[in-house]
Design a protein around this ligand. Structure first.
Ligand SMILES: [Zn+2]
Length: 187
């Protein structure tokens, strides 16, 4: 029986050892001074922001979640959400220019007419020959067959339907905020 007991004790010790690093693997959502969720940051970075006074804990009414980090002498409570106390300069972000790679990502690597994932090309919704521009709101991923079928026609001259309205990629902060609030919506 002795080896078994040893085994349990060993795994318990391993469990204790792994506890602190696993807490440190968590991430904290950081909000701007005007309560816009901006990004997920490493818990260590959050502690540094809190200890230096650059951020404060943020309670989102329905949650009061904290992780407790123990050192030999103190226990530090780290909230799941923190808010910056000073305004940071808005990170500069330039709308990326239209590229095949970005377009494929936006359209989920699928033809936006038939859903095919094969032989993907770029289609101009308003044909270039009719003054259509090479801009985010006028380009879509289309398979070769659909692109050929649509040809030089306006969309309303065909029976084809777009699965998604072409639009420019969102500012990363706005995209994060949208995703954050959606993930908190009750099911
Ligand atoms: Zn297609």
């Amino acid at each position: 029986m002795k080896p078994a007991t040893m085994g349990i004790s060993d795994s318990k010790q391993a469990d204790l050892r792994s506890k602190i690093p696993s807490v440190l693997n968590n991430s904290v959502v950081v909000f701007s001074t005007n309560y816009l969720p901006m990004a997920r940051i490493n818990i260590r970075r959050a502690i540094s922001l809190l200890l230096s006074g650059r951020a404060e804990p943020l309670d989102l009414q329905d949650t009061k979640l904290v992780w407790v980090l123990h050192s030999p002498s103190v226990a530090v409570e780290v909230p799941h959400h923190i808010r910056l106390k000073t305004t940071t300069a808005e990170r500069l972000w330039k709308l990326p220019s239209v590229s095949r790679r970005e377009l494929l990502r936006r359209d989920g690597h699928r033809c936006q007419y038939c859903g095919s994932a094969k032989q993907l090309t770029i289609d101009h919704v308003i044909p270039r020959s009719k003054g259509g521009t090479h801009t985010w709101d006028n380009v879509t991923i289309a398979c070769e067959t659909c692109n050929h079928k649509k040809g030089d026609k306006y969309l309303n001259e065909t029976s084809m339907v777009l699965r998604s309205k072409p639009k420019a990629p969102m500012h990363p902060t706005v995209a994060f905020a949208e995703q954050f609030w959606q993930s908190r919506e009750p099911n």
